[in-house]
Design a protein around this ligand. Sequence first.
Ligand code: SAH
Length: 397
Amino acid sequence: MKVIRLREGKERSLLRRHPWVFAGSIAKGQADAGETVRLESHDGRFLAWAAFSPSSQIRARAWTFDENERVDHAFFKRRIGAAVALRQRLAVASDGVRLIHGEADGLPGLVVDRYGDLLSAQFSSAGTERFKQTIADVLLQATGCTRLYERSDSGVRGLEGLPPVTGWLRGADVAGGDTTVTIREHAWQLTLDVHEGHKTGFYLDQRDNRARLADWVRRFGCRRVLNCYSYTGGFSVAALAGGAEQVTSVDSSAPALARATAHVALNGFDPARHRAVDADVNAFLREALKNGETYDAIVLDPPKFAPTASHAERAARAYKDINRLGLKLLAPGGLLLTFSCSGGVGAELFHKIVAGAAMDAGVDGAILARLEGAPDHPTTLMFPEGEYLKGLAILKS
Ligand code: SAH
């Protein structure tokens, strides 16, 4: 068992149960990638059992703050079991559920989504990589699923010194190896591909906001809806379900748009009510404004403009730009659903950016709701970094 000794004063965040130890906090000690190490304060007090990550700036991630707990098969069984049990109590309105949400579920670097009978997982830290086979076995046991697809191809793997990996981890022969699956979310059905889709295949975090859009479209009688950064059209289907007459999905990914078009038919809506536009959103919005188009509801759900706080300033300009254009394109009384999934842009800053955009557009609006990720993407009190998705629903004055 290897010991990693921290510098004086650097134990504070671990004592507050924040799981990360940065390279600069370490006084001495070395270990292999993913090896379980004992973290100690400068004067030798036990702090945590952690996964060591020699090439990452986040040099260690705490598995447990309990000195008596072993990091073994039973440990993963307890943690995964607790995460799965929490989801059962949440009564998620879908068979697409985030089962493991990294640090918030006490499993730093692990994300697992369940899509029907299929699991899709991302192992993005040296620690989860080392215990991959154990984790895979426990996941199948805890869920009763027979197949698990690995989507360890996110950029953060590189920071850990790990190569990208995708493919079946368990159950390659089940259902002929088909990587597509159709989930039922609220009142609609959505198909996704765990091999080709973004992240683990789909954006489950927006599930409840899609239901709210359907509800608002119905209550406010929104006729024309514009879904920007639509991906496979989840918000578009929700708008159609809410009774919108005409929905436009805009995205720069042709395969995502093809699926959006297929989703309209899959859910029994007249294809004439939907238009898929392959374009850069910023350019589309400018063009629409020039052509004098207006919309009764607009969704802006862009990709992460600011991965970290250091990108916040440039990201702020990008967010402000699309929100200004979106607010201008809205008819008076129209509804804007605007989001940021950037960890580097907090809810307060995002509010300021959107207010600045409204100022530049020369409009005001009432905040109908503050939006966040669905509860199967929990955040914890001790790990504010986990809070990434924030949004506002605004009624234009
Ligand atoms: N709202 C979606 C998720 C959006 S993810 C849902 O509910 O499922 C962000 C999307 O933005 C991705 O589909 C990506 O292809 C798209 N995208 C990224 N940059 C873009 C750009 N400049 N213009 C248009 N789409 C873009």
